[in-house]
Design a binder for this molecule. Sequence first.
Ligand code: FES
Ligand SMILES: [Fe+2]
Length: 418
Amino acid sequence: MSRIATLVDDTVDLMQRKIAAEDSKRGFAIDPYFYRSHIVYEQELTSLVFKSWIYAAHISEIPNPGDFVQLEIGEDALIIVRDKQNNIHALFNICRHRGARVCEEQQGNATSFVCPYHAWTYNTDGTLRAARHMQVLDGFNIADYPLRKARLAIFEGMIFVNCDQDAADPLPAFQKAGAQIGAYSLGNAKIADQRTYQIEANWKFCLENYLECYHCGNAHRTYAKMHTLQDLYCNVKGQVEAMQARAPEVTGVPGIEAEHIKIYDDADSFGACVSASRYGLYEGFQTGSEDGQPVAPLMGKMKGYDGGTGDFQFGPLTFMLNYPDHCVLYRFIPRGLTSCDIKLVWFVDANAEEGVDYDVDRLTALWHNTTLEDEFIIKRNSAGANSRFFTPGPYHPEFEETLQKFVRWYLKNLANAL
Ligand code: FES
Ligand SMILES: [Fe+2]
């Protein structure tokens, strides 16, 4: 459902009452109100999304001075750019004169950003270089009008941004998963492909779907054939424990199997969720491809296939599924009340050569198809759950446990913001 009938009686007071009412319904899916309210959506952007660390790009996308990529969040856009001095910035794409976007292209190379409106011209570090005819304004100083910047942190080659100037540095939190994520040497990995799936549904339907694997056995037949996460832990415990026991030796990475989960309310600081765990593939499967057989050379420090897959989260909206031969990054970005961008990035080892060591279609098949399957169920979830006649049912205690962690964090922070 892409259009939502506007609630005629929506107010901040109603939002407060709806949040309070959820307290007595713990363990149940949340009220459809939270997916339908424009006031809620605005508050989510202010209090959650723009205060969180979000994956923006990989450093390999901007190797040279002047290289930039854009990141669109909600109605906003950031320019992730490498300046002449080789410093990376996250600049708001908003002219300091009357607010026009100063950069049109989604990616490219620029020596400056010239506003299309009155031609104020900015350097790639965001400083204002020239402002046509403004010398006639008494006291006007170009140094006073640089493009505003978001915070930026680089972890394993991944550039994260946060629009909150007071946000805590996420690196101490992220580094607690350093041994596990370090196995893939993502700092000099290569992007083999990336795609954005524009889903016509509220962002929480998309994220919540990612946070549970209750649907996997039903909606993702190919995935479920290979990944033990689709079953109750008691049914696959033996296989998972055997994989975890052999993983350090087979992969050559000490600590690769260690679990470290501090997400949402348990995160070290707001929006700096981090999670690392390793779950098993069924017997005979080595990686997350359509047939479970390798699709690229081993990545980074990896020495072999242990029958496991690294499951990661960095920040509230960014996730990774890392196989010995390739890594898949998943990022969710709200783009409107009923619109969400899901971005997938496929990484391979820096030395892997397309057409020789890997084939993009084979590499991307499993998670491309799985994402299309997700789009199908998310849109149906949205269409049904947005109905005024929907009465939320109970969450599954194991499969939907992480999803409940998100929901509790979400409601708590929405309430705190008021
Ligand atoms: S709005 Fe950019 S120069 Fe006027
Ligand atoms: Fe799914």
